[in-house]
Design a protein around this ligand. Structure first.
Ligand SMILES: *Cc1c(COP(=O)(O)O)cnc(C)c1O
Length: 426
């Protein structure tokens, strides 16, 4: 029966059977992913119970949003779950870049130095920091940026980091996920080691972790190991697919207070900001996040193993441990990249009839193709794929609010490649 329903989507026996064969092989991995989700689910429920979440928390506030119980309680839930003193969780934070810009801008003053000990940051942060000249960048405000690249073997350049730290180094930014780079994603353990190292050199340095795509992949978060702020987007992991907008910063009381003063206004801080009637989605999304992340992870592991079997290089590979939900597949030709994205699109619940095509995008030096059929525009916790049309023709894909949808998307991508004779099935 299951096989027949896939046939209705145009998936042939060979592709379906390949999928089943791979699934048999990775059962164990799925078991481990479910165990992590179970553990994190308990953490979320515990934080909600402790803070007595109740129906009035879901009520809409308007105007200034004074005494917004839903908003204030949600922030305590996040803070408790991630073991931080405080949190800022707001729909007014428009995206991950905004949350990161807020955390940096609020905690760095003119003359301060910002250090990235893990190489180049995510593309959009280059404008925020001023690596790429941009109106309103930190550079414009007199914040100096230093960067220490990773060693050739991908390890931290501890000597380089020590040399780059001065008495002006105020904040160290650590990006957990690889983004669109080829380096590995850092485990929480690795992030803990770098935090420990920089705090030994300068105990009062603020450690900020760009936590995008990493939340709930492991049982701990960088905030359990000395990170002063963890920062991310609610249309990625923690929104659980339900949050229509928003970002979060969990951290020390002092850091979060500064962020709030910057988000709203000095003197107003966390006291204002209507919840826009989004509270139920933000609570329920957070409640669902551990299992949604598990679904996305299963999709990533499934894809890694299928495409490895088909002879492609995949990062991470089929057996490596996971620290974020991103999967890269090096397809080696533009035709394959396009076919892959067509498959992902064709499996979507929304806009499935649309054919993705490569396009010139501002800020990119080559054409880019994107596949997304999402309920929330641009939400990358939903099954989505994108790829710049250049060597090595790697496609990055992520998300999948349900494992079954992720599976369908991946099988469809294989089907499209097979139909266009761009792969051969053994
Ligand atoms: C997605 C992402 C960002 C930026 O988030 P947006 O919501 O796209 O602005 C920053 N850093 C990393 C590592 C990301 O994955």
């Amino acid at each position: 029966m299951t096989e027949n329903i896939y046939k209705e989507f145009g998936i042939c026996d060979e592709v379906f059977e390949l999928g089943e064969r791979i699934l048999e092989k990775i059962k164990n991995r799925f078991g481990k992913i479910d165990e992590t989700a179970e553990y994190n689910q308990m953490r979320v429920i515990s934080a909600m119970q402790k803070n007595r979440v109740s129906a009035p928390c879901f009520a809409e506030s308007t105007g200034y949003g004074y005494d917004d119980m839903g908003r204030d309680t949600l922030e305590r839930v996040y803070a408790d779950c991630f073991h931080t003193e405080d949190a800022l969780v707001r729909p007014q934070i428009t995206c991950g870049t905004h949350a990161l810009a807020l955390a940096l801008g609020a905690n760095l003053l003119p003359g301060d130095e910002l250090l990235s000990p893990v190489g180049r940051p995510y593309d959009t942060l280059e404008g925020v920091i001023g690596i790429r000249p941009q109106i309103g960048s930190l550079a414009e405000y007199g914040v100096k940026y230093r960067q220490v690249d990773l060693l050739k073997d991908g390890g931290f350049d501890f000597d380089g980091i020590r040399a780059a730290m001065t008495d002006k180094t105020k904040l160290v930014t650590i990006q957990r996920s690889k983004g669109y780079q080829t380096r590995e994603t850092f485990s929480v353990e690795k992030i803990a080691s770098i935090i420990k190292f920089v705090k030994q050199i300068k105990p009062d340095v603020i450690c900020m972790v760009d936590n995008c795509y990493g939340e709930f992949v492991e049982r701990t978060e960088p905030s359990d190991f000395g990170a002063d702020m963890i920062v991310g987007s609610l249309i990625k992991n923690l929104g659980g697919g339900l949050a229509p907008s928003g970002g979060y910063i969990c951290g020390t009381r002092e850091c979060v207070e500064r962020c709030a003063a910057r988000l709203t206004a000095p003197g107003l801080g966390k006291e204002v900001g209507t919840n826009m009637g989004l509270m139920r989605q933000l609570y329920q999304g957070f409640f669902l996040a551990p299992t949604v992340v598990a679904s996305a992870l299963k999709g990533a592991v499934f894809a890694a193993n299928i495409y490895e079997e088909l002879g492609f290089k995949v990062v991470p590979n089929g057996t490596e441990s996971r620290h974020d939900i991103i999967q890269a597949v090096e397809l080696g030709s533009p035709e394959r990249v396009v076919a892959f994205c067509k498959g992902i699109q064709a499996a979507a619940p929304v806009d499935s009839y649309v054919t993705p095509v490569p396009w010139d995008m501002p800020g990119y030096d080559s054409q880019v193709i994107m596949a997304a059929g999402a309920f929330v525009q641009g939400a990358s916790i939903e099954l989505s794929a994108d790829a710049p049309l250049r060597e090595p023709y790697a496609v990055y894909f992520q998300g999948g609010i349900t494992w079954a949808h992720a599976k369908l998307g991946i099988l469809m991508s294989v089907q499209k490649l097979y139909e266009e004779q761009l792969i051969s099935l053994k």
